[in-house]
Design a protein around this ligand. Structure first.
Ligand SMILES: *Cc1c(COP(=O)(O)O)cnc(C)c1O
Length: 340
């Protein structure tokens, strides 16, 4: 048995037993293979190192209240990875190959799936990158797909709570017709300056405006934006936002609970009319927003006066987590069970 201090896990890399790999060579994907080492042997001129031909995914497995292990919305992640591959000229990884690799990675590392009571989970990171040695700019011929897992602690150490966010007009995350809508590492490199600035100023993260008109809210570097106005769940419609699976799931739950859902442009000024706001993604499900400071205009938009998350955000958060941990009926069929 492995010895892990489940209570003090953070969001970082913890070594596990193995990772799953698959190579793309001569125009086709090979068999899945199991590897104990956490390092790879890569050519110094590999496409990924110089021209960022890389896409990744992030999903989680949970040990439920009934002791069973569930992976949340695995097929949606598989489809999104195909769309990312398509966007940067990598061969699409078949859905079956993706799901089989993810399930095996979880099965073979079952000892690292945190116990239910800890509120922790097993983070799953699939990644595909170009390995062909290149100097000229073109798509690689050969690729490697890897799935590794690592146990991660609960996002909220002191319980579900709000934090402040900033909005900056000095940075863009993605170009209007660029790669904002696919999950590629290049977007993250482009967002590091704004994120670091946000952290230096004491904010959780930076929100970006649409980079064309600088009028509408887009998202932050790793999470979508949503707001609650009365009984309506509102989230931005934009070609440069990454389609968050958490966001779509929260929208579905909102509808089920009798709320209205709107996907549309959100003007910055409209922030003052919202009752609640949150950033959403796999890591936190919902990170409720206390306030958004528009640091270039000096305006502040406040969503929580007492530091507590809003009522609707709390209901949505508990419902989604309830499905993931098997406390709530899986009405939508989002979970894949893993026999461990
Ligand atoms: C991964 C990601 C999200 C969140 O997506 P989920 O599927 O909910 O985890 C949001 N924005 C960006 C830019 C992302 O890369």
């Amino acid at each position: 048995m492995v010895e892990i201090d489940w209570k003090n896990l953070v969001f970082g890399y913890v070594p596990t037993d193995c990772n799953i790999r698959c190579e793309y060579k001569n125009g086709e994907w090979g068999e899945l293979t199991v590897h104990r080492e956490a390092t790879i042997n890569l050519h110094i001129s590999a496409a990924v190192l110089h021209y960022a031909q890389e896409a990744f995914e992030g999903l989680k497995a949970f040990r439920g209240v009934d002791g069973k292990v569930r992976i949340f919305r695995i097929e949606e992640n598989a489809k999104r990875m195909q769309s990312s591959c398509n966007g940067i000229k990598m061969p699409k990884l078949p859905i079956d190959k993706f799901t089989e690799a993810v399930i095996r990675a979880v099965e073979l590392n079952k000892d690292y799936i945190p116990p239910y009571e800890t509120g922790a989970s097993l983070y799953i990171r699939p990644v595909i990158f170009g390995t062909t040695p290149l100097v000229g700019v073109r798509p690689a011929k050969d690729y490697e797909f890897i799935v590794f897992v690592t146990p991660v602690g609960p996002y909220f150490k002191g319980g579900f709570q709000t934090t402040p966010f900033m909005l900056s007009r000095q940075y863009d995350r993605a170009a209007p017709l660029g790669t904002g809508n696919i999950k590629v590492g290049g977007n993250y490199a482009a967002g590091l300056s704004a994120s670091e600035k946000a952290h230096e100023l004491g904010y959780s993260s930076a929100f970006y405006l649409d980079s064309k008109e600088k009028k509408y809210i887009d998202e932050c570097s790793a999470a979508n934006f949503f707001a609650i106005k009365g009984n309506t769940y509102i989230t931005p419609k934009s070609d440069s936002v990454l389609p968050s699976i958490t966001n779509v799931s929260l929208s579905k739950i909102a509808e089920l609970l009798g709320m209205k859902v709107e996907k549309r442009h959100i003007l910055v000024d409209e922030l003052s009319e919202f009752d609640e706001a949150g950033a959403c993604g796999t890591a936190a499900v919902i990170s409720p927003i206390e306030r958004i400071d528009d640091i270039d205009t000096g305006k502040a938009y406040i969503f929580s006066k007492d530091g507590k998350p809003g009522e609707k955000s709390t209901v949505l958060y508990n419902y989604l987590r309830g499905i993931q941990y098997g406390e709530q009926p899986d009405t939508f069929g989002w979970n894949t069970f893993v026999e461990v």
